[in-house]
Design a protein around this ligand. Structure first.
Ligand code: ATP
Ligand code: MG
Length: 547
């Protein structure tokens, strides 16, 4: 199992307590996705918590598909889930399917009936809802609540045998219609649905409800700590009731809830994300703007950055909104010591060094990673014609603008001091090129006359420049004037640029720092047929300050 640095949290305090008191003598967790979409960063938090907790206690974590709903299995989702968990660096003990436990669940329901703790109800779904009462009023007992055990057994068998139409009858736990907890007011535990299940085919026309099925799944697998999100807190009494009353498992699991992860500037609902994919708003589940693990991977995020993020967010009981800036901060921190930099210019402007020989090219030295001298240096070509970044020139400089403008001298990183002498325009008024001069005495590392310049910019040699496509991403969602999150129309801005020759060797999935710009990855899908397409993972600076 991978290195995780799961911080101490209240869940681990519970576990420590359970181990100390001998309630359990090992720790077994599970991650239970429903295979109805791709995993997102919220799931990553659950994955890090479940697998990380198991690792911390030298225990085990199962991958269990929650497929009690008889919907078609989608192998695309199943494969993506396994790929994502593995990529995050975790290994499941067993891969299991909740539908594999249908027989035991049925036996458990029969057991409840035999104990007089479950009954077949003929009320319609609407009537059941009406009878349930409200937070302030108790519920009303169903007229079918006091059927005899024999009658209930016979009816439940008939439900299973397909004697009734979908929705005609349900099996309900017989608990307490006056309970202050609405979940305990005789919850439905089995319903009739005629649908072919991907695993069990047409064997069943009755299917267990989540609140009944989940504790049984956990108990069968010997899970000790069933970690789930806060919305299940009010369901915990039912979870405990099911396991206690069925009685098949002498040492049942303990459910512990934590607050789900919410992130600014994105959405975390599978349904919403699926709609974005289906409507073609994004380019698939792995679109680099998506908060899915697949999207983050294609965007260039590393598993280390995501694990670090989940760890820093921590585990809490109170719901909160985490700033997307923290996720960005984590990947920036991770990449700053990992990747080499390359010179790339966007929105390029041609520079002609008028006093540099026409046919000459020299190699100048730049460092591969300014944070890490061990990463060494490389040589890049410098000659009479160069490109600089569009943002590094202003014809009329703003206040405190120290880069290129007419009459100003700057340092070209790794090369010389260069002075802008003249701006040459096209007929339409756009800039054709900048005529500049260089001072041969200022070659970097060789010393110069003590003259200082305020700006240092980078460049790409024009003759050997490699054309690339750059995809700069904005947030998927931004607030509108009412503060409501809406799709950001500028979530993808594609531009063309030029890169130093070495970047032509970039392999799909390889990451770089584009010097002075940000971190980028060669896109897995779009880098083909000689095209070089880079996704911006994150820019270099941020206003975000982690506490
Ligand atoms: P949906 O979007 O369909 O409601 P879900 O979020 O419930 O899906 P599941 O596949 O059921 O998705 O989730 C698997 C596990 O991941 C569950 O244990 C769930 O609690 C956890 N999980 C899902 N979203 C988050 C989140 N935002 N933060 C933390 N854990 C999450
Ligand atoms: Mg769910």
């Amino acid at each position: 199992m991978s290195e995780t640095n799961i911080a101490n949290n209240f869940i681990h305090a519970f576990i420590d307590e359970d181990l100390a008191e001998g309630v359990y003598n090992k720790v077994a967790t599970r991650f239970p996705p429903e295979p109805n979409g791709y995993l997102h960063i919220g799931h990553a938090k659950s994955i890090c918590l479940n697998f990380g907790t198991a690792a911390k206690y030298s225990g085990t974590c199962n991958l269990r598909y929650d497929d009690t709903n008889p919907v078609k299995e989608d192998m695309e989702y199943v494969n993506s889930i396994e790929k994502d968990i593995t990529w995050l660096g975790f290994k499941w003990e067993n891969k299991l399917w909740a539908s594999g436990y249908f027989d035991t669940m049925y036996d458990a329901a029969v057991e409840l009936i035999k104990k007089g703790l479950a009954y077949v109800d003929d009320l319609s779904a609407d009537e059941i809802k009406e009878y349930r009462g409200t937070l302030t009023e108790p519920g009303k007992e169903s007229p079918f609540r006091n059927r005899s055990v024999e009658e209930n057994l016979a009816l439940f068998t008939e439900m299973k045998e397909g004697k009734y139409a979908d929705g005609e009858k349900v099996l309900r736990a017989k608990i307490d219609m006056a309970s202050p907890n609405i979940n305990m007011r005789d919850p439905v535990i089995y319903r009739i649905v005629r649908a072919t299940h991907h695993n069990t085919g047409d064997k069943w026309c009755i299917y267990p409800m989540y609140d009944f099925a989940h504790p049984i799944e956990d108990a069968i697998e010997g899970i000790t700590h069933s970690i789930c999100t806060m919305e299940f807190e009010d369901h915990r009494p039912l979870y405990d009731w099911v396991l206690k009353e069925v009685g098949f498992w002498p040492n049942p699991p303990r459910q512990i809830e934590f607050a789900r992860l919410n992130l600014t500037n994105t959405v975390m609902s599978k349904r919403y994300l699926k709609a974005l994919v289906d409507d073609g708003v994004v380019d698939g589940w792995d679109d680099p703007r998506m908060p899915t693990i697949a999207g983050l991977r294609r965007r260039g995020y590393t598993p280390e950055a995501i694990r670090d993020f989940c760890d820093r967010v921590g585990v809490a009981k109170a719901n909160s909104m985490v700033d997307m800036g923290l996720l960005e901060h984590c990947v920036r921190e991770d990449l700053q010591y990992k990747v080499e930099s390359r010179n790339v210019v966007e929105d390029p402007i041609k520079v002609v060094i008028t006093n540099y020989p026409e046919d000459e090219t020299e190699m100048v030295t730049v460092e591969n990673n300014k944070n890490l001298p061990e990463m060494g240096e490389r040589q890049i070509p410098f000659s009479r014609e160069l490109y600089v970044d569009g943002a590094d020139f202003m014809e009329v400089p703003a206040k405190k603008y120290f880069r290129l403008f007419p009459g100003n001298e700057v340092r070209f990183k790794g090369a010389y001091f260069i002075k802008c002498e003249e701006v040459v325009k096209n007929d339409d008024g756009s800039i054709k090129e900048l005529l500049c001069t260089y001072d041969p005495a200022t070659k970097s590392g060789e010393g110069f006359d003590g003259r200082k310049v305020k700006g240092t910019i980078h460049f790409v040699d024009a003759r050997t420049a490699v054309p690339i496509t750059i995809r700069n991403y904005g947030y998927l969602m931004v607030p509108d004037e009412n503060g409501e999150n809406v799709l950001n129309p500028e979530s993808l801005v594609e531009t063309k640029g030029f890169a130093e020759p070495l970047l032509s060797e970039a392999k799909p999935g390889e990451r770089f720092q584009f010097f002075r710009h940000g971190y980028y990855i060669a896109d897995e899908k779009l880098c083909k047929d000689g095209n070089l397409v880079f996704n911006r993972i994150v820019d270099l600076k941020s206003g975000y300050k982690p506490e």
